[in-house]
Design a protein around this ligand. Structure first.
Ligand code: COA
Length: 171
C-alpha cells in the first residue's frame, strides 16, 4: 500500500518568493484572481516585505513530502478573530492538493490562531473554488452581484463563511 504523503503548513519565507511568484503568475492561478497582470519580482518582494511586518497577516506554504505545493494567506480583518483567506496550489499539483491545503490552513486558523470565522470569496465562474469551499464545510453567505470588473466584463462574487464551531463539529 502506498504511504500517505507527509503534509504540513508553515510560514512563508523569503526563500519561497520565486516559487510562489511562478505559481501566482501562472494562467491557471492568475485567471481566477482579482488582479490578473503579470506580477514582477520587485512587486512581489515588496508585497511580501509589507505583509511580513503586519501582525494581522499570515502567509503560509503547504508542503507535501517536503515539496512546496501550495500557498494560503489569512488576514484578520476585524476584531474578534474574523479573517479573510486566499489560496492557490502549484499548477502541477496533483488533484486533491487543494483540499489538503485547505484543511491544514483551517486547522492553523482555528487551532493555532484561535480565529472565530474564516471568510472566502470566489469569482462566480470559479467552479473549482466554489466546490472547494462547499467541500470544506463553508456556508455560502451571499452573492455580490457584478462586484468585479475584469476590464471587459462584470462578474458576480460568491461569499463564503466558516465558523470555528462549525469546523470543530466536522473535524
Ligand atoms: C481552488 C483550488 C485550490 C482547488 O484545489 P483542488 O482541490 O486541488 O482542486 P481540484 O481540481 O481537486 O477540484 C476541487 C473540486 O472542484 C471540482 N472541479 C475541478 N475542476 C472543476 C471544473 N472545471 N468545474 C467544476 N468543478 C470542478 C473537483 O471535482 C473537486 O470537487 P470534488 O472533490 O467534489 O470532486 C485550485 O484549483 C487552485 O489553486 N485554483 C487556482 C487558484 C484559485 O482559484 N484560488 C482560489 C481563488 S477564490
Amino acid at each position: 500500500m502506498a504511504q500517505a504523503p507527509q503534509q504540513l503548513i508553515r510560514p512563508m519565507q523569503a526563500s519561497d518568493l520565486e516559487t510562489v511568484l511562478a505559481w501566482r503568475n501562472h494562467p491557471d492561478v492568475r485567471d481566477f484572481m482579482y488582479t490578473k497582470h503579470e506580477i514582477t519580482l520587485a512587486e512581489h518582494t515588496a508585497w511580501f516585505a509589507k505583509a511580513s511586518r503586519d501582525a494581522q497577516r499570515h502567509l503560509m506554504i503547504f508542503e507535501s513530502n517536503e515539496v512546496p505545493v501550495g500557498f494560503s494567506n489569512l488576514h484578520q480583518i476585524a476584531e474578534g478573530g474574523i479573517a479573510d483567506w486566499g489560496f492557490y496550489t502549484a499548477p502541477e499539483a496533483v488533484k486533491g492538493t487543494g483540499r489538503a491545503l485547505g484543511k491544514a490552513a483551517l486547522e492553523y486558523a482555528f487551532v493555532e490562531l484561535g480565529l472565530h470565522k474564516v471568510c472566502g470569496q470566489a469569482l462566480a465562474f470559479n467552479q473549482r473554488s466554489i466546490r472547494f469551499h462547499d467541500n470544506l464545510g463553508f456556508q455560502q453567505e451571499g452573492v455580490l452581484r457584478q462586484q468585479h470588473f475584469d476590464g471587459q466584463r462584470y462578474h458576480d462574487v460568491v461569499c463564503f463563511g466558516l465558523l470555528a464551531s462549525e469546523w470543530q463539529t466536522n473535524n
